[in-house]
Ligand binder design. Structure first.
Ligand code: ATP
Ligand code: MG
Length: 452
């Protein structure tokens, strides 16, 4: 079943339930008040008759007087003790036959249902005692068919049914209108999704009016998702073309040296030496590059970090020991306290520090300083060099993949421009921050903050 039909049926059924309850309440209240009013009027009449009989005792027959009070389909009786009728007038013989008279000492009323050929009918009976010289030996009884009530009841039922029908009809129409309003944006979303599924190209949902309701939020969220998807696809394409471009250069060098060797043979030893040197260094470069690509791919695919307690001081000391042996550079480690414990993925943090130190070593010749610090919320790692520095306008770019400030200069230092991008992804995974302060010609300071 379509969701619009469902909404429509449910709202209409609910509306019908409410209307039914209201109808029943209205009907019961109406019947109760009307019968009460009829009853009061009949008691009033009975009192009037009693007064009349008592004041005009000898001026005519009692029956004649009672007849004056007869209305359509009613009877009036005066009952004596032992339930004997001493006077009775009626214009509805059937009624008098069906309802036996009853003597009473107290005022009372009664409603009875009698069976007729064309259904049941309500009869209202009131009885009042007649006092003569402070003694009661008779009572007055009036019985009346509630024909007016029956009629009004039928009219009320008619009105209520027509109103209910009308309300159901309006509710069905209103429900359709409402569900159309709700469903239109959803249909838009579904249509766009089907388009995307068929064409394979991410596409946004057109948003016509800015109503700021949930459906608009749904469409906007969807569009944001598509935007990110498009961005990611573009990045991916960019990455593939950049990566193949980066690989092309060393491969060309290797190929040209291989050609050289093929042409001149292995006789010219100086060429052989140079070629082997170049091939070896370019192959190493490719190897390093592919390792970095793999790093990037895993970083992107698994955003899971293995958080353990890491002491930044001993971690830095270990890294320095390894690097000092390889590079033979002066690296000074300074820390305000020890240990500095944070919750982090040790291997990944180690990778970030190595990337930053590698840059400092590559782009400077002087000493390098590392300082560690911490407060209540975060630990800070500063890596400072006194090298070539980065121009102010380039600082925001150097985190981009394959971005290198001076491509010619950096070819010598052999970078791929991926180091800082990887470092930033790792820091982001740890909900930390990486900031660079630098002045061209005088040095660079990288400040890494990581939450504890
Ligand atoms: N400490 C620094 N001093 C001067 N320039 C720097 C420094 N660190 C980074 N840069 C500049 O930022 C660029 C990007 O750095 P990044 O580490 O991402 O790449 P890379 O060092 O060239 O290559 P690799 O992928 O091998 O690290 C570098 O090419 C360099 O121009
Ligand atoms: Mg680098």
């Amino acid at each position: 079943m379509k969701i619009t039909t469902k909404i429509n049926l449910i709202t209409t059924a609910w509306m019908l339930c409410i209307l039914m309850i209201i109808n029943v309440v209205v009907f019961i209240l109406f019947m109760k008040t009307t019968v009460n009013m009829e009853e009061e009027m009949l008691f009033q009449k009975a009192n009037d008759i009693v007064k009349d009989i008592q004041t005009n005792e000898n001026s005519g027959s009692v029956e004649d007087e009672l007849k004056d009070y007869l209305t359509n389909h009613s009877y009036i009786r005066i009952m004596h003790t032992k339930n004997k009728a001493i006077h009775e007038v009626t214009n509805d013989i059937k009624l008098t036959k069906k309802i036996k008279g009853k003597y009473t000492k107290v005022k009372e009323s009664q409603r009875r249902l009698i069976r007729e050929e064309d259904g049941e009918e309500q009869i209202l009976i009131v009885r009042v005692p007649i006092k003569e010289e402070n003694k009661i030996n008779s009572s007055l009884e009036i019985g009346e068919r509630l024909l007016g009530l029956e009629m009004r009841k039928d009219i009320l039922l008619g009105i209520l049914s027509v109103c209910t029908l009308l309300a159901v009809l309006l509710s069905l129409l209103g429900g359709r209108w409402l569900s159309n309003i709700i469903m239109r944006p959803i249909s838009n979303v579904i249509k766009t999704m089907e388009d995307i599924e068929q064409s394979g190209v991410p596409k946004k949902i057109p948003i016509q009016n800015k109503t700021r309701d949930e459906l608009q939020t749904l469409a906007r969220t969807f569009n944001r998702m598509i935007e990110r998807l498009q961005e990611n696809m573009e990045k991916q394409n960019q990455f593939v073309s950049d990566a193949s471009h980066e690989l092309k250069t060393p491969l060309t060098i290797i190929k040209s040296y291989a050609n050289l060797l093929r042409r001149h043979g292995v006789q010219k030893t100086e060429i052989v030496d140079e070629a082997i040197q170049a091939i070896h260094s370019e192959a190493t470069r490719i190897q390093k590059m592919t390792e970095t690509f793999l790093d990037l791919a895993t970083l992107e695919n698994e955003n899971i970090v293995e958080m353990t307690e890491v002491d930044l001081v001993s971690l830095s000391q270990n890294i320095l020991k390894q690097l000092k042996d390889v590079y033979r550079r002066e690296i000074i480690l300074d820390f305000k306290e020890s240990p500095i414990i944070i919750k982090a993925d040790e291997l990944k943090i180690k990778q970030v520090i190595i990337i930053l130190l590698d840059n400092a070593i590559k782009y400077s010749h002087d000493k390098i300083e590392i300082s560690l610090d911490k407060n209540n919320h975060q630990a800070t790692i500063r890596i400072k060099d006194y090298g070539i520095g980065i121009p102010q306008e380039e600082i925001e770019n150097i985190f981009e993949r394959f971005y290198r400030v001076d491509k010619a200069r950096n070819r010598v230092s052999g970078g791929t421009g991926l180091g800082l991008n990887i470092a930033k992804s790792i820091v982001k995974l740890h909900k930390g921050e990486i900031n660079i302060k630098s002045k061209e010609g005088s040095g660079t300071e990288v400040v890494l903050t990581l939450p504890i």
